[in-house]
Design a protein around this ligand. Structure first.
Ligand SMILES: [Zn+2]
Length: 543
């Protein structure tokens, strides 16, 4: 079905932006909104023949889930009542409301009765039209369904159930069976864990080997394989990751846990609220379980100590990579922080697409140091520029303008001379009119060209850069990154303030063998796997 939509002028449109929880979590609100604004600007240029006036742009910085809590949308909704406003431009319909159906209904009513179009880069909605209204409603509801999903989790009372000490997972951890038990009222049931003797012994052995015999996780795998012990899924192949999970599983000390990272929302006073669980240990909320554990808390704690995952400071729970959102692999994908935990291997940054691009990962500390030295070099460079007073490009530009000005002044003087020569009181001394005409025409053309060049030069005069201010900013960032007491989030913020993007490049790691160790400049490999990591390179793009 084809529909004709009217054409709009930029000043008839209001632009509205809002970051939603489903956007890229690595971007700040400002960065996300800027990204959307770019998309909308392009759209406006193409379809409205110009950009939306700044006074018509609204950006929600806060994150109210309902209309009432969002300040900017209410300004938009007030303004669409005015006849000169004909449309609202958004990246997608859900920016307008992710809230309740009641909010959706209110929006539809407002757009419908104010004859306001909702414009997205993919579709224009004329809310007065039945088909468009339905499509608009459908889109709004899609956003609403996400919320419904979270509410359901809460309604099922999973968290409440964990709090009580029940086991809410659908599969029991290795070493346990999942059993159903009745509440005293006999009507309702809950699930809990019960020791599964043939597996429980293995769990105890794993903790014992790890804590008392000092076996590594891969050695434990080998031993289990040799003993013919099968995994939960009946396989003979054990991986170090599976052992690590067992060693860090609180169910073995009679506790239950709730992954607090799952978004938990509740409805209270007709508003959607985010529930913020308090007692955090690692990524989990931990509660006393109704089941009996398999090992002592003391042994469990020792395992955490050995693996380096003993209760972490709250700082670590959030951002772990100060370069998040800044550093990218040469293949274009982001580099992510990985520590292969809980073994105490030094953290690394790795391309999310490493499987395909084969770029070797890099030691986190090493790359941070490299970035710091690059910042240090920039500061030195700025200091030199401060001493030389001005940046080279500004200087060059100024001298160009000066020479143009001089030429123009010359031409003007010549012009005066020409006129004087043509109007000399003594007719014999006058310049013949045809010669004057040719010369004067030539001069006027030259003058016009010079004036053009000059005004262009003035327009493109680069903004003088305040290097003193830059030095302060860069020094602050450097101090923040090198200060262990500054949180990773703050480090990240400082770096984002001065660095646009870092591109990382490194070849594939090569396994060291008897045949190649010399040429790689490595020691002769003994046993096990040793790897040679080729040197890496970074390109730092400053702001
Ligand atoms: Zn890559």
């Amino acid at each position: 079905m084809y529909r004709e939509y009217p054409t709009f002028r930029p000043e008839e449109i209001l632009e509205y932006g809002r970051k939603s929880q489903f956007d890229d979590p690595l971007l700040t609100v400002e960065e996300q909104l800027e990204k959307h604004e770019k998309i909308l600007d392009e759209y406006a240029m193409r379809h409205f023949g110009g950009s939306i006036p700044a006074g018509n742009k609204y950006k929600e910085i806060g994150s109210g889930e309902t209309l009432k809590n969002r300040i900017e949308i209410n300004k938009v909704l007030r303004r669409i009542e005015r006849p000169e406003i004909r449309g609202v431009l958004v990246v997608d319909v859900q920016r307008l409301s992710r809230g309740s159906l009641k909010d959706a209904g209110k929006l539809i009513e407002l757009f419908q009765y104010s004859n306001t179009y909702v414009i997205t880069p993919t579709k224009i909605y004329d809310i007065r039209d039945e088909y468009d209204r339905e499509a608009f409603e459908r889109e709004l509801k899609r956003g609403h369904e996400y919320l419904e999903y979270y509410k359901k989790i809460q309604a099922r009372g999973k968290l409440a159930s964990v709090r009580e000490g029940n086991y809410v997972g659908s599969v029991a951890p290795f070493g346990f069976d999942r059993v159903k038990k009745p509440y005293p009222d006999g009507k309702r049931h809950y699930w809990t864990l019960k020791e599964k003797p043939e597996e429980a012994g293995i769990v105890r052995a794993i903790f014992d080997w790890y804590c008392n015999e000092g076996l590594s996780t891969s050695n434990i795998c080998r031993r289990l394989g040799q003993m013919g012990v099968r995994t939960k899924n009946g396989k003979l192949k054990w991986s170090p990751m599976m052992i690590e999970k067992i060693l860090g599983n609180v169910h073995y000390i009679g506790k239950v846990r709730w992954n607090w990272r799952k978004v938990i929302k509740i409805i209270k006073d007709q508003e959607v609220k985010v529930l913020r669980p308090q007692a955090k240990v690692g990524e989990y909320l931990i509660f006393e379980g109704k089941h009996n554990g398999l090992i002592s808390e003391e042994l469990y704690d020792r395992a955490q100590e050995i693996s380096g995952s003993a209760p972490r400071k709250q700082l670590d729970l959030a951002l772990r990579n100060a370069l998040a959102g800044i550093i990218f692999c040469k293949c274009g994908y982001a580099m992510v922080h990985t520590s292969f935990s809980p073994r105490p291997t030094p953290p690394k940054l790795k391309c999310t697409y490493q499987r395909i691009c084969k770029t070797g990962s890099v030691d986190y500390q090493e790359i941070i140091e490299r970035v710091c030295s690059s910042i240090r070099e920039s500061i030195e460079d700025f200091e030199i520029r401060v001493v030389n007073n001005q940046s080279d490009s500004v200087k060059l530009h100024k001298s160009l303008i000066d020479s143009l000005e001089r030429k123009l002044k010359n031409l003007k003087e010549q012009e005066v001379l020409q006129w004087q020569a043509q109007t000399d009181p003594n007719p014999d001394k006058r310049m013949p009119p045809e010669i004057f005409k040719t010369l004067n025409e030539k001069l006027l053309i030259e003058k016009a060209e010079l004036e053009d060049a000059l005004s262009e030069a003035y327009e493109s005069l680069p903004e003088p850069i305040d290097y003193k201010e830059k030095i302060i900013k860069f020094t602050e960032a450097l101090e923040a990154v090198e200060n262990p007491d500054v949180s990773v989030e703050d480090k990240n913020r400082y770096l984002k303030d001065i660095i646009e993007r870092i591109e990382y490049e490194r070849g594939t790691n090569i396994m060291v063998t008897k045949n190649n160790y010399k040429e790689l400049g490595m020691a002769k490999p003994t046993r096990g796997m040793e790897w040679y990591a080729p040197p890496f390179k970074i390109d730092v793009f400053l702001k």
